[in-house]
Each structure stands twice: as structure tokens, then as C-alpha cells.
Write a new protein. Sequence first.
Length: 104
Amino acid sequence: MINVGVIGTGYIGGVHIDALKRIGGVNVSAVNDANPDFAAETAARFNVPVVAKEYRDILNDPSIDVIHNCTPNKVHCSITKEALEKGKQVMSEKPLAMTLAEAE
Ligand SMILES: NC(=O)c1ccc[n+]([C@@H]2O[C@H](COP(=O)([O-])OP(=O)(O)OC[C@H]3O[C@@H](n4cnc5c(N)ncnc54)[C@H](O)[C@@H]3O)[C@@H](O)[C@H]2O)c1
């Protein structure tokens, strides 16, 4: 089973979770959002067991293999970089970063 944490539960975060729930062998095990109400509401809608207080709680959870970065563009690079440094696989929403330098 591949365990996924979704960071950012606005419009597209819900779309990702809905798609992930249709794939065998994938478990959406935690969500986080800067707005805890959004995260709790999304977790309840899709039966996700954990609402992480901080996105770093997801990055520091060894049981989570992959993160989906569904945050706004301006924080894609920092969260994705931190996740990669923690050894997570990352599915980043587009754009990967705000500038070529950030992406590199
Ligand atoms: N691939 C596509 O077809 C598609 C479509 C729409 C949006 N997007 C991309 O998805 C991303 C999100 O777009 P959206 O429409 O879902 O926006 P949104 O504003 O609906 O959702 C973004 C969420 O991220 C949360 N957030 C902000 N900063 C955060 C942080 N530091 N940590 C955790 N959560 C944080 C916000 O509270 C919000 O709930 C954008 O990068 C956008 O370009 C892609």
C-alpha cells in the first residue's frame, strides 16, 4: 500500500484525493491545510483518518511515502524541496516553482 499525504485541501486538493481514492493500492492517510477547518472538512468528506496540524507533521511521518503538494504556487518550491529532502516522493501541482532558478 502506498500512503499519501495531501498538503493543501482547497479546490484541487479535493480533486487529487477523489482521484487517489479510485486507485487500488493507494491510501490517503493524512491531510493538512493552512486553514484547519478546510483540512477537517476535507478529511471528513473523504474519510481521511489524520488531519495534521502542520504540513511538517506529514513530512516527518515515516509511514507516508508520497506527498501531493496542492498549495498555492508561491509555496510550491519550499514545501516540495523540504519533502524531497525528507525522502518523500512528490506530486507537485503546477507550476513546479515560481522561477526557473527555484525549479533548478
Ligand atoms: N492541474 C490543474 O488542472 C489545476 C487546477 C486548479 C489549480 N491547480 C493548481 O493547484 C494549486 C492550488 O490551487 P487551488 O485552486 O486548489 O487553490 P485553493 O486556494 O482552492 O487551495 C489552496 C489551499 O492551500 C492552502 N494553503 C496555503 N498555503 C498553505 C501552506 N503553506 N500549507 C498548507 N496549506 C496551505 C490554502 O489554505 C488553500 O486551502 C495551484 O498551484 C494551482 O495552480 C491546478
